[in-house]
Design a protein around this ligand. Structure first.
Ligand code: CA
Length: 359
């Protein structure tokens, strides 16, 4: 192509896009939605996931599609987000699916189950495996469609007032821990409570609970648990890579133009990456600060991990025997887990062991 011709064509391209841009924007529908979340605003990581979705959607539609984000308890209680989305009280929500295992135990697989998937494994199962497809069959029963929209990575294993040296030390403890992790802890003798993020510290401070888990150093420091409980355990074996979900009411979803549906999917995927990046960036300095404040870091004893893993898989099998849909998800998850753990146990494990064990 001659230079002059190229310039002419490029100029035509610019002219076409500048005409096309405003015309496209004018034809788009103006939509206003409300998104309820389970999070306090102070947690810029996890609440930030909801903000990322809303801001991305706004930016990609020139402000035409506007989603207002609410903190837990502002318009909907922190643990009732799915109820509100299902009923259409709000069009969307950002929450952890495993808060709703009372509705159906398979909700747990959307977030995390004890000894389950890491961030990358969970994404592989959800996006390219059968995960999202199966879970959206479940969500449809609750008049919702769901998208992964955030992940915390491997969590910490919680805050305790006293050291936990064996399974015996767990017996009789009152602990805040949601999902199937809570069910496993209950089988190990713990009295389990589920509280939304903003309600944990007051309960711990007044002694209504003896121990709690939340996420990891950055969030946990903000929530102030170290002021009451000094022993900080790892790993959070019940949450190797928990997902936070962006749920949309199915009727509201179906009314959206196709372009807006694609924009929502893209915004959720961006949040799914951005939240993990935020945690990996913010956790290392937060851990340093906590240690400087006198927090005592402890690794879970092997006998607890083994006992917990046994109880976890006994529980999974029991639930599978009781519910056909749960079994369908569990069987798929279990087969995927066997293969992907073998792969991650090869190059990934050898590299991690060499790199991280040096510290
Ligand atoms: Ca947690």
């Amino acid at each position: 192509m001659k230079r002059r011709e190229f310039i002419k064509k490029a100029a035509a391209g610019v002219a076409a896009s500048s005409v096309f841009g405003p015309v496209y924007a004018q034809t788009q529908k103006r939509i206003r939605w409300r998104m309820a979340t389970s999070w306090p605003k102070s947690l810029d990581t996890i609440y930030g996931g909801a903000i990322t979705v809303a801001e991305t959607v706004r930016a990609m539609t020139g402000g035409k599609f506007d989603i207002r984000v609410y903190a837990g308890g502002e318009i909907v209680p922190g643990l009732k987000v799915v109820d509100a989305v299902q009923q259409g009280t709000v069009e969307a929500g950002h929450t952890a699916a495993y808060y709703y295992i009372g509705k159906h135990p398979a909700f747990a697989f959307a977030t995390a189950v004890p000894f389950g998937f890491t961030y990358r494994e969970q994404n592989a199962w959800l996006y390219d495996g059968n995960g999202n497809k199966l879970l959206n069959e479940l969500f449809a029963d609750f008049n919702m469609i769901g998208f992964p929209a955030g992940n915390t990575g491997v969590q910490m294993g919680g805050w305790f007032r006293k050291p936990i040296n064996s399974v015996e030390d767990l017996k009789g403890l009152k602990m805040r821990i949601p999902g199937l992790g809570g069910k496993v802890m209950a089988r190990l003798g713990v009295t389990v409570q589920v509280l939304a993020g903003g309600d944990i510290f007051p309960a711990l401070e007044r002694g209504a609970i003896d121990a709690t888990e939340w996420v990891g150093p950055y969030d946990d420091e903000k929530l102030g648990f170290y002021k009451v409980a000094k022993y900080y355990y790892y790993p959070g074996w019940w949450e190797p890579g928990p997902v936070l979900h962006f749920f949309v009411n199915l009727d509201a979803w179906k009314k959206l133009p196709k372009e807006y549906q694609e924009i929502l999917k893209t915004a959720a995927a961006k949040a799914n990456l951005q939240m993990m990046v935020d945690y990996d960036f913010k956790n290392p300095p937060a851990l340093k600060r906590l240690l400087a404040k006198g927090v005592k870091l402890r690794k879970y004893p092997l006998d607890i991990l083994k006992a917990a893993e046994k109880e976890a898989f006994d529980l999974y099998e029991e639930l599978a025997a009781k519910d056909k849909f749960y079994k369908k998800v569990y069987d798929d998850w279990k087969a995927f887990r066997a293969d992907i753990n073998r792969w991650f146990g090869t190059a990934e494990l050898a590299m991690s062991q060499y790199l991280f064990a040096k510290l």
